[in-house]
Design a protein around this ligand. Sequence first.
Ligand code: SAH
Length: 394
Amino acid sequence: MEYKKIILRKGKEESLLRFHPWVFSGAIASIDEGVEEGDLVSVIAHDGRHIGNGHFQIGSIAVRILAWGDKEIDEDFYFDRLLAAYSVRKSLHLLRDDNNAFRLVHGEGDFLPGLVVDIYGSTAVLQAHSPGMHFARQAIANALTRLPDGLVKNVYYKSETTLPYKAQLDAENGYIIGAYDTNVATENGLRFHVDWLKGQKTGFFVDQRENRALLERFARGRKVLNMFCYTGGFSFYAMRGGAELVHSVDSSEKAIQLTVSNVELNFGDDPRHKAFAEDAFKYLAHTGNNDYDLIILDPPAFAKHKSALKNALIGYRKLNARAFEKIAPGGILFTFSCSQAVSKEQFRLAVFSAAAQSRRKVRILHQLTQPADHPINIYHPEGEYLKGLVLYVE
Ligand code: SAH
């Protein structure tokens, strides 16, 4: 291949030979002249062995390897990877009459570092997390429309907030193939307006699908508080599961509007549901001790980087402590962390401290994680991010 070369320092190919797909800047001995951010490069070991080809980026992760060995990275390459990703989703039975929202590409977990693609009906929302994927967006979009079953008709590019700020790519959100289509997607028979134009992430959190389905089974006759509700996902499952009442809370007014319109879409004007735009800690401060016997805590990532870890753990402890103080006896708490920098053990320890502080008897019923359409490449454990606990509080 005629890609420019990055030569590694002696011995620095070891983690790559174990298929970990990142080259850190400290591992590099030399870079060919003229290599620019987002370029495709060939990574060469000190002894001249060709390790792989990937996207170059300025920063601590300098190269994200796309292919081991010397393979051309073009539209056909992306098509093959997308097809492989799609066949996994097909085997998971995520494309059904009652379900057309799922993650098609989960970065390293689908051997496409820096790329996320979520499917909502016939629209794919494409999100680049690296300059290389930004430059490849049109090739990827073309490849998406070549997938079988007419899966993708429209491709919406949504990377304004996910690309490294310093790269100054000025990525604009918008359709790069097709145009606006219905934005109502279906998950396990429940319907959602997906706001890919303005919403967070790709417009919806597909990663909680299985955990919402589990919640539905706990909901009958319960008084539910869905804290950090965003588009209201957990709320509808609770309602369909026969909850006595469901209160949805989010500090964002826009999120509350989305939740209310989604409840209407599924249940009409159902008096069991109420939504409040308020800060979580403020809301919990004025909640009564027996108001709720099923509480969901699904906050945003408290630690976006390792440097924020300590404060994040304090945040999780405090938040969970409030829930343990307030939940009614016999209550069920669904508590989550989506911070990649926080490990499963650290999160559990934070929840343990909160439980101990409240002096309630607490048992773990379920240990939750991300669903199968967010796979973890076994050689890239950093891909594991979502963890949750279902607790029984006496
Ligand atoms: N549970 C949701 C996803 C939650 S995303 C789902 O299943 O789709 C996190 C949400 O927390 C966002 O909607 C954000 O607006 C909200 N949020 C952030 N800080 C908050 C705070 N201090 N109090 C209440 N909500 C907050």
